[in-house]
Design a protein around this ligand. Structure first.
Ligand code: CDP
Ligand code: MG
Length: 833
């Protein structure tokens, strides 16, 4: 017979009351009619205690028994030799020294903020401190900790690490849950998940019943999801007084969060790093200028110009500096060095980060420097894979007996992740090519050298032009410091910044929060689906509120595409779109693809729009590449060209032949693989919405009606539309907002002098000097009339009027009538499916 410590009984009571009253299961997303209502069966994050009865005594006993068991298991691990070793390691981490302070602060405040240098043990230790102390106090079975991560890979790798530190396997006490993947079980009490998962959970369980601690990690990154989550949690706190909220940040701007959350206390973990020697581009160039080109014929112009610039140091605006540096680099005679081969230079190419220089530096480190891993920061997955290919062909860097070459990015497989943390054998140097994921969320212990390209991909958004773009742009001073700091974790290190000091001086101090620089469409949909009231009112309560114009644009867009109705209420289409975590336009295509049973090509289109353009256009083989693309595209559509290219690849795919096919057709094998896996991912997302069943045979059909797919592309990309005006020899393009626009040179439509259609729909326009359209598909009047705009709004007369000016046959009322009827039918079909 065990006696419960005082105070515990009350906690058991509230805990059980939460569970029994809440019983969060799933909800009816649609209340149209009960028979065909789709049910979002979002599984609950933690298991409910057993036995599931209303017998309080039985449950109490069960919870108590479980807690004791957890306690005993924890003890026995801590007392065995391996456990003690692990404890010894953990106690060397700076966070360990603050353990008591932190636990104390948590017990006395509903919200606390913890800051500390990357690697000090925030992510791996603090959730563990909480868990361990709960288990110590015999409350293990009643404590449910959620720790959110901005990226799936950190949720996976951190949970794995903690399980190891606890001497368990993943999925026991510690688990993770990310989209489409997870490892958790009946006994999981500490769960790592992406911020998106927690937001989705809030959709069905607004009070987070049963959860006792929420830890939001990496808040310094100021991702849009985290900012959104903070507004929701701030509202939740008064409703759940027992719930504790812990925010963790790698930088010291914690005061901002503290004042946002009613003056929550801040605990800072003092860190320690070794000094890092910093090299900027000018000194790197100085040391390497005679070795970079094979012929030793360096035109001093480039380097000279760079030096002069670094002497001038006028504090120019960031963008000005950016273009001057690119100019200097491309003007320098060593084209080799700037690696400007990838894309046409019709507009400023942000990808120029000097692959050859990186190769040279790495080779130098391998041959001359002391032992220690090298961490190279690049902008994204595509750069990582092309640099990796390049390095693998190098006699030193590609030699597996000397170099262990690894990649670290958001979409890598779990086995690959583990390799990053392993220490290689003596004499082998580990080189990790990483995105900014290695800046703060992943710590590789043995790094001594850092190479920093100075850029990161960030989404930016210009509210005035209402055009989003995902482009590599210069990082902030804080990020540069973080990157540098990665070199000094185990011993004094070196950091090579591949940009001059004056560029660094022009960096912003902090990066602009994502909520202020991205389109807000998906966010607005989420706000609506969580029933959080008026969008602008809700967003006005954010840590930093986005501009009103940006909010209004997003709402307007959602109305135009039919996701919101006139009164800002979610339409049926809107409901479906909230279940698809992707841009609304992509979601729209998938939904219609499912409804019209031509999902296979639509999956390729949507996946293709989500990866980097798979059609390569190397500068020196431009004509060949364009000709290769042209064989896929006899029908005036870049999107359909991609559908064919993928299909061909899929048929050829059996490793070697797949590559051959890509090689022959100037296609990126990586993009093809990415499309392949995205297609699967999108398909499972669609399954969640209930629009398709689980038998892939239903969508895996090669034959499809090309016109239908064209119409569906139109449905997704509207209002991205421009009219084609033919003159004698060729044609020009016009959009309503921009007037004349041009086609990006590698579009298949740029190769024609006539296009037998009146319209193009496009995915993306980019403003440089003129406005350029990237991929486009030609569509007919009827497609635009039927599929353009918000099908579910029913304002057909307005719609016809708007398009009428362009439609010769609009004047015939019988045709107009016909279209009206067709639209109405289509509308009903979509509403009822
Ligand atoms: O979150 P924070 O950046 O403060 O540090 P952390 O991710 O908790 O990592 C603390 C330490 O745990 C690192 O410095 C590594 O020594 C170690 N660690 C590890 O060995 N393997 C991992 N997968 C994660 C962390
Ligand atoms: Mg961390």
């Amino acid at each position: 017979e065990v006696i419960m410590p005082p105070g515990l009984e009350r906690r058991v009571d509230t805990f059980l009351a939460d569970y029994l009253s809440g019983k969060p299961k799933g909800i009816n997303v649609f209340s149209r009619s009960s028979s065909d209502a789709s049910v979002a069966t979002e599984e609950s994050l933690f298991e409910q205690p057993e036995p599931l009865s209303h017998n309080k005594a039985a449950m109490e006993k069960n919870v108590w028994r479980k807690s004791m068991q957890m306690h005993d298991e924890q003890r026995s691990w801590q007392e065995c030799p391996e456990g003690r070793n692990m404890m010894k390691f953990r106690s060397t981490l700076p966070a360990y020294k603050e353990k008591d302070v932190i636990l104390n602060a948590i017990s006395q405040n509903q919200v606390i903020i913890i800051s500390g240098e990357t690697g000090c043990g925030k992510t791996t230790q603090i959730p563990q401190f909480i868990l361990e102390s709960e288990i110590e106090c015999m409350q293990g079975a009643m404590c449910n900790i959620i720790c959110t991560q901005p990226r799936r890979i950190s949720a996976m790798s951190v949970s794995e690490r903690i399980a190891t530190e606890r001497g368990e396997t993943l999925g026991e006490t510690v688990g993770y849950k990310v989209r489409l993947e997870g490892m958790k079980g009946r006994d999981t009490h500490l769960l790592f998940c992406t911020t998106g998962i927690l937001l989705r959970r809030l959709l069905v369980d607004r009070n987070l019943m049963g959860v006792t601690y929420v830890i939001v990690d990496e808040i310094h990154e100021r991702g849009i999801n985290e900012d959104f989550l903070l507004i929701v949690l701030k509202d939740l706190l008064p409703r759940r007084p027992e719930l504790r909220l812990i925010l963790m940040s790698a930088t010291l701007d914690a005061e901002l969060f503290s004042s946002y959350l009613g003056g929550a206390p801040v605990v800072h973990i003092p860190g320690f790093t070794y000094p890092v020697k910093t090299h900027f581009l000018e000194s790197i160039l100085e040391a390497t200028r005679y070795q970079l080109t094979p012929y030793n014929q360096v035109d001093d112009y480039g380097t000279e110009k760079m030096w002069k610039m670094s002497k001038q140091t006028p504090r120019k605006r960031k963008s000005q500096i950016a273009s001057t540096v690119e100019d200097a680099l491309s003007a320098a005679d060593f084209k080799d060095y700037t690696a400007l081969t990838q894309e046409s230079m019709s507009y400023w190419n942000p990808d120029c980060i000097g692959f050859n220089l990186i190769e040279y530096l790495l080779c130098n480190i391998c041959e001359k420097e002391r032992a220690g891993a090298v961490l190279v920061f690049l902008t994204g997955w595509d750069d990582i894979s092309s640099l990796k290919d390049k390095l693998q062909a190098h006699p030193v860097l590609g030699d597996p007996n000397r170099v262990l070459l690894l990649a670290c990015h958001g979409s890598m497989a779990s086995e690959e992740q583990k390799l990053i943390f392993n220490k290689p054998e003596d004499g082998i140097r580990k080189i990790v090519l990483a995105t900014n994921i290695a800046e703060t969320s992943i710590t590789i212990d043995d790094v001594v050298f850092v190479v920093d390209c100075g850029k990161a991909k960030e989404t930016s958004y210009d509210a005035l032009n209402n055009t989003p773009c995902l482009l590599p742009s210069w990082i902030s001073k804080v990020s540069a410091k973080q990157r540098r700091g990665r070199a000094g974790r185990v011993q004094p290190g070196e950091c090579y910044h591949l940009y001059p000091r004056c560029v660094y001086d022009a960096f912003e101090d902090y990066q602009l929060p994502e909520i202020l620089r991205t389109p807000l469409q998906s966010l607005c949909l989420q706000i609506k689906s969580l029933k959080l009231g008026s969008i602008s009112e809700f967003l006005s309560r954010a840590l930093q509120s986005p501009e009103n114009l940006a909010v209004q644009n997003a709402i307007e867009y959602l109305k135009t595409i039919g996701a919101l109705d006139e009164n800002e209420k979610l339409t049926v289409l809107g409901h479906y779109l909230t279940m698809l975590p992707m841009e609304p336009k992509l979601g729209k295509m998938l939904i219609l693809g499912a409804i019209f049973n031509c999902l296979d090509p639509v999956l390729s289109v949507v996946a293709g729009l989500s990866v980097r353009d798979p059609f390569l256009a190397p500068l020196d083989k431009k004509d060949l590449a364009e000709a290769a693309k042209a064989q896929f595209s006899h029908d005036f559509s870049d999107h359909l060209a991609l559908v064919r290219a993928y299909k061909g690849w899929k048929v050829a795919d059996g490793d070697q032949t797949g590559y051959e096919y890509c090689w022959k057709n100037f296609l990126s094998a990586q993009s093809m693989k990415a499309i392949d896996s995205l297609r699967k991912e999108f398909y499972s997302l669609l399954k969640d919405t209930g629009l398709v069943d689980s038998n892939p045979a239903t969508y895996n059909v090669w034959s499809y009606d090309e016109h239908l797919v064209r119409a569906i592309i139109c449905y997704g990309l509207y209002p991205g539309i421009c009219s084609i005006v033919h003159n004698e020899k060729s044609f020009s393009l016009k959009t309503m907002e921009d007037g004349h626009v041009l086609l990006y040179s590698n579009s298949v439509n740029a190769r024609h002098s006539r296009i037998p259609y009146p319209w193009l729909v496009f995915n993306e326009k980019i403003k440089v000097n003129s406005v350029f359209l990237r991929d486009s598909t030609a569509v007919s009047d009827s497609m635009l009339l039927l599929f353009g705009g918000s099908i579910s709004k029913g304002d057909m007369d307005d719609h016809l009027k708007m398009l009428g000016g362009y439609l010769e046959f609009y004047m015939d009322p019988s045709i107009a009538k016909l279209y009206q009827n067709l639209r109405r039918e289509l509308d009903e079909l979509i509403q009822t499916k």
